[in-house]
Write a protein that binds this ligand. Structure first.
Ligand code: FEO
Length: 167
């Protein structure tokens, strides 16, 4: 069974949002490099890799369902932040926005009784819970750190050990 035109469009929009997320996080990696917080830059770069992988999951699924992925242009991402906390707060807000768009997609799939899309989206629903929780934990740690250079040094080192999940 093929995708309805409307669902194909919504899946395509989500694919583009995932690419846009990748773009935002790569720009955040630049911000952290310039702040000499290379561990946080590594974390953001891994996040960039994950978002590209998410986009490609949509890309492949759209193709498998005999529809056509269409790449769009998107806006230049923000490239300045007041502080590391401010950048991670933006990342958290962005993930909440992505979760809500995935939820909207799920609602549409269920309304259309497109169960193959529902099963495909299940993974993203769980992934978003994890993404929000991970980024929020970093936000909370940065709030605790405030202006302590040694605590910032420690968190930066810890975040630098991250590698992108291979899914
Ligand atoms: Fe692909 Fe961070 O959501």
């Amino acid at each position: 069974m093929g995708l309805s035109t409307e669902l194909a469009n919504e899946l395509n929009n989500q694919m583009n949002r995932e690419f846009e997320s990748a773009y935002l996080y790569l720009q955040m990696a630049v911000y952290f490099e310039e702040k000499n917080l290379s561990g946080m830059a590594t974390w953001m770069r891994s996040q960039y890799d994950e978002e590209r992988a998410h986009a490609l999951k949509f890309f492949d699924f759209i193709l498998e369902r005999n529809s056509t992925p269409v790449l769009e242009t998107f806006q230049k991402p923000k490239n300045k932040w007041e502080s590391p906390l401010n950048a991670f707060e933006d990342a958290y807000e962005h993930e909440k926005y992505i979760s809500s768009s995935i939820n909207d997609l799920m609602e549409k799939a269920l309304t259309e009784k497109d169960y193959a899309t529902k099963v495909f989206l299940d993974w993203f629903i769980s992934e978003q819970v994890e993404e929000e929780s991970t980024v929020l934990a970093i936000v909370e740690q940065l709030k605790m750190i405030k202006d302590s250079p040694s605590a910032m040094f420690f968190l930066n080192s810890e975040l630098g050990t991250r590698t992108a999940a291979q899914e």
